[in-house]
Design a binder for this molecule. Sequence first.
Ligand SMILES: CC(C)(COP(=O)(O)OP(=O)(O)OC[C@H]1O[C@@H](n2cnc3c(N)ncnc32)[C@H](O)[C@@H]1OP(=O)(O)O)[C@@H](O)C(=O)NCCC(=O)NCCS
Length: 147
Amino acid sequence: MNLNVKKIPFNKTFVVRHPVLRANRPVEECYFEGDELPSTTHFGLFDQDNLVGVLSVFENKHPNFNEGKVFQIRGMALLKEYQNKNLGVILLNKAEAYVNTQKGTVIWFNAREKAVNFYKKNGFQIKGTLFEIPQIGSHYLMFKQLT
Ligand SMILES: CC(C)(COP(=O)(O)OP(=O)(O)OC[C@H]1O[C@@H](n2cnc3c(N)ncnc32)[C@H](O)[C@@H]1OP(=O)(O)O)[C@@H](O)C(=O)NCCC(=O)NCCS
């Protein structure tokens, strides 16, 4: 593997979002509100020239997190053959470093139940109880306060 992370335009994320996060659904469902905003940044994990993972960072407040400059991460996904190899942290760290450069106060997101351990081991914590996102599944609100 020859891995590197680059910023990518939002429509490139669909190559990974579609099979991993919206399998068997119309590709239009891979679009997230705010994807195209200048304040949104998309990161791609490449193996050589192949895009194998994506993660997007949105400037977006949440009712529980509304002080200062608040960021949401969405669309964290690795292609199947790149999962469970400790690679997701590369994108997560990149996103966190970017938010720090933006003087962000907090990062929050809705985590799939199955991914909670991944985020916990990278310093994020759960807030509140399990809730359902229709057609997608059970999620926890998770966050990290930045200094
Ligand atoms: C969730 C996701 C981003 C995590 O990234 P990842 O690089 O696969 O995560 P890791 O490899 O660090 O950890 C995943 C699991 O693999 C295990 N693992 C890590 N390295 C391993 C290795 N070398 N050998 C075997 N297992 C390993 C970890 O113990 C972990 O298990 P746990 O969750 O029970 O603790 C990725 O798996 C993914 O894209 N999943 C599908 C989409 C998804 O659910 N996205 C999250 C939306 S909120």
